[in-house]
Design a protein around this ligand. Sequence first.
Ligand SMILES: Cc1cc2nc3c(=O)[nH]c(=O)nc-3n(C[C@H](O)[C@H](O)[C@H](O)COP(=O)(O)OP(=O)(O)OC[C@H]3O[C@@H](n4cnc5c(N)ncnc54)[C@H](O)[C@@H]3O)c2cc1C
Length: 597
Amino acid sequence: MILEPAALTEITLAALLLLILICFYCLRGKKWRINNGVLGLGFILVVAVEAEDANGAAVIDGDDYYYYCTVDIGSAGGINEFLLAVPLSKCKERSPLYRKKFDGFTLRSAIPSSDKTWGNWAGTINLAPEAIFKPTSLTDLQDIVNLARKNGRTIRCAAEGHTESSLSVTNKYLVIINNLKNVQVLKDKHYGWVVTAEAGVSLNEIDNILRINNPPLALSSATIPDFVRAAGVVATGSHGAKTTLSIMSDQVVSMKIVAANGKVYEFCDTNNALEMQAARVNLGLFGIIYSVTFRTEPMFNLRMTDTLPLAKDFLVPSVVKQLFESSDSLQIFYWPFNSFDSEATQPLDPTKDKMWVKQWVRSDENPTFSPEELAALRVYQNQSSLQANPQYQLLLNNPEYTPAISSAIWRQGPGLSPTSFVLQAPDAIHFLSPASKNIPVSFLGFGFKVDPDFKNFVKELQAIINAIYAAAAQNSFPLNSISDARLIRSSHALLAPNFDPDPNAIYCFIDLVSYHFTPGFQTFASSFGQKWIQNYNAKPHWAKEWEYVPNVKSYLSKAYKKQIKTFEKIREKYDPNKLFFDNESLQEIFNGALHYK
Ligand SMILES: Cc1cc2nc3c(=O)[nH]c(=O)nc-3n(C[C@H](O)[C@H](O)[C@H](O)COP(=O)(O)OP(=O)(O)OC[C@H]3O[C@@H](n4cnc5c(N)ncnc54)[C@H](O)[C@@H]3O)c2cc1C
């Protein structure tokens, strides 16, 4: 047991300390079991210590955890404060101090989980940080931050781990926020019905609580997967396919963040609009997001129509523009080599390839499927993707099979026939969940402004098809999964890739997707990243792959320089010592931006 400071002069204080020492000793040793009187006193004192505790936290020192607490003891000379450090791991199994709960009293702690490693969903990032924490409450978050500060460690967060860039990478403290699970629907005087989700609540859980609300409600737009978490999608500026809205961060009404001093701050437009503009896409740099409050709207139905036009007929700017203008949401996919026919005189013929066009429009019709039928559809999607996974795996060593395998999966899946269904909004928005979990892929994703006549957008979709066939002619098959594009509005979040003062500007986000570890994918994808940067000042989706694109960081320093300067002033206020700034790519981009005049 360590007592700090050592020089405590008051006699009363010394006596009390002695008592505490005896009690802790008894709690740690065998003696507490046989002496109920001392045990009882020990409990009382532990509770008393906790009650006085302003910033209790466990501190890691080698394999030992110390529980630190500030103790205030009154005497004739006034209030004396000292720091008490109790080693917790020495008697892990038997010490009630080590257990999280006893007698309904929760010990404030920041004790790491037993996990020693963490990896992202795609298997492309694997970490063994100094400690991994899995907090379950706001108090835990505060203790972890206090602990990191005391120990001079940095923190990065992870949620469902679907990010492919290095945003969660750290060798210090990794905080996995998935166990923060409370969610509440409230009526706000400014925004009407809103939903407040703790950081680890999944979009699926949000959808479900909104569905059963009276009146039933829905998020207006969201990512395709619904298992991703509230903080994960907001921190990275993730988005859906709704043509009149922007990224999910722009649907956020307020956000609570635990900053570097361990205190909770609420960000919202009414408190400080500029700070909120920065916090919307914060990349985990302001602190640990504790909760996020989203706008909602009354539940609505969407007719989701999938068509399969020939690429050469569809990839016409006026056709795409007209479709965009008549859609609630729109997603355009290209599935490589979908017309491949080994029996044909020309097995690889891009003029026969089709696009997969998914259009959503609002509908007053009832949903096509009963809940049971919808559940059966999800089971079917899930099984199909599980069956496809080993086929994609085969391509890692046999890339020349790409046209045959890709076209076979297409014919059994989206290429089977056009479809049109009415679904409740969340079922339509997350049309693939949870099947999108089954095939680990690498994504490169960039956003850029679409020309008023849509020419640049359509040109780039065509260029992707051309490049896939040009590579195939060289017996190279770097893109074997899909390319997809969504068209949304600009964002006013400072670090959004589609940041634009014009609220009506249209931005496209294009993904290039291949099975993870596909040879040649990074080079192929990089060439598009570079071209889009050069031609359209494109910016990467922060959560997808982009760091290997040559010169991308110096480019982003320049492209974001104005926004970063504003962001940085706010960030410094909440994290002056860079406790959360443990990311090399972001450091390089920010340092570069701050050096520009
Ligand atoms: C199959 C798949 C489909 C996808 N679909 C879409 C899509 O439709 N649209 C789209 O825009 N994106 C999409 N993405 C990207 C995805 O939305 C992001 O990667 C998102 O961050 C995933 O959420 P998550 O819960 O997995 O967060 P994680 O990947 O675990 O975390 C993302 C980052 O957010 C930060 N963070 C998380 N929690 C906190 C916290 N509490 N406090 C501070 N910072 C925090 C951290 O920096 C962390 O690195 C997809 C990705 C995959 C793999």
